[in-house]
Design a protein around this ligand. Structure first.
Ligand code: ATP
Ligand code: MG
Length: 329
């Protein structure tokens, strides 16, 4: 079984537990079938983070989220939300948490707007006089204003998903837990959700957003946690994680100078020097790129272009785990 990769201690910004919006300790869920869906995970979500909770289908994301929200009881370990231990602290904590989880209960014969009004009315702390405004604002934010008067049963998958998001946004929340908010959305809708997540974070909320599509959500995240077969394989600050990937330098030169460039890179002590057409590449490691260009120029060799390329998160994940991201269980 894959051991969790070591995560730098600074990966949660050096945060003490008080700075964490979500903290789990050896959180585990074994279903009655015997399957261990979540296997001893230590989730650390700093306050103010946009935490991308990623992993292939069946890797345990929804089960984890359901435990966080007190909807499923852990077999062992525990979860803290906004400093309160779940599920005991639920009454205190959950009103400060907006959640989108699979299959929210909407009434099929009521319109989108009426469904939101119903949810809003069930919130004892919400002022009924401003209910309509709250619903309309939430509908507007998720781009559902035009379809607000349609009955829920006539909604497309994407519209249903948007209404679920609107329900999570009825009130300002300290923490938003969004399970696959882009599920069923078209590319435009996906972009809108990314934008919305960014906006929520800018407004001071912590956001945990899950997805089985790494590339879809990677760019808005400040932090990343990657699940695989019930285990948290990788977690930390996104910048730090990507910096761990080995950078390569790509040098463009003229066809009769290819060998000379390769020699210069090798002389600089760079590894994995290889040639493809008129491009010479090598592992950059700690060599400053300026030093590379200076050495090439100094050798009197044509330098037609120089680029430093870092692998993206998916490549790092594959590099570190030897697993593809899209492997189903
Ligand atoms: N109620 C249940 N009883 C038994 N097994 C379950 C139950 N719910 C989930 N599982 C199993 O636990 C594993 C994790 O499922 P989970 O829904 O948490 O994955 P996920 O990462 O959310 O996947 P997806 O990307 O498809 O939403 C799966 O193998 C699933 O079959
Ligand atoms: Mg899921």
């Amino acid at each position: 079984m894959t051991e969790p990769l070591p995560v730098p201690a600074s990966s949660t910004g050096g945060a003490g537990t008080g700075d964490l919006a979500i903290r789990t300790e050896r959180l585990t869920k074994q279903f009655r079938s015997g399957q261990v869906a979540v296997d001893g995970i230590d989730l650390h979500v700093p306050r103010g983070a946009v935490y991308g909770f990623l992993g292939p289908n069946g890797s345990g994301k929804t089960t984890t989220i359901r435990m966080l929200l007190g909807l499923v009881r852990p077999t062992s370990g525990h979860a803290e939300l906004l400093g309160g231990r779940m599920p005991e602290a639920g009454l205190d904590v959950l009103p400060r948490v907006g959640a989108l989880v699979e299959g929210p209960a909407f009434h099929p014969y009521l319109t989108g707007r009426a469904n939101l009004a119903r949810l809003d009315a069930s919130d004892a702390t919400a002022n009924p006089r401003t209910s309509r405004r709250r619903s309309d604002e939430a509908l507007e934010r998720v781009g559902l204003s035009a379809a607000a008067s349609k009955p829920y049963r006539q909604y497309s998958l994407g519209m249903k998903q948007r209404l679920g998001l609107a329900a999570a946004l009825l009130r300002p929340r300290e923490l938003l837990v969004l399970d696959e908010p882009t599920n069923g959305l078209d590319p435009q809708g996906t972009r809108e959700v990314r934008h919305l997540v960014r906006e929520l974070a800018d407004g001071g909320s912590t956001v945990l957003v899950s997805s089985h599509l790494l590339a879809e959500i990677e760019q808005v995240c400040s932090h990343i946690g990657i699940m695989g077969r019930g285990r948290l394989l990788l977690q930390g600050d996104r910048g730090e994680l990507t910096a761990r990937g080995a950078a390569r330098v790509l040098v463009q030169t003229s066809s009769d100078h290819v060998a000379a460039v390769a020699e210069v890179l090798a002389a600089l002590g760079m590894a994995e020097v290889s040639v493809e057409g008129t491009t010479v590449t090598a592992l950059l490691d700690d060599t400053p790129p300026e030093k590379v260009s200076a050495a090439i120029v100094h050798a009197g060799v044509d330098l037609l272009g120089l680029e430093v390329r870092r692998p993206n998160l998916e490549q790092i994940f594959v590099e570190l785990t030897g697993e593809g991201f899209d492997v189903a269980r």
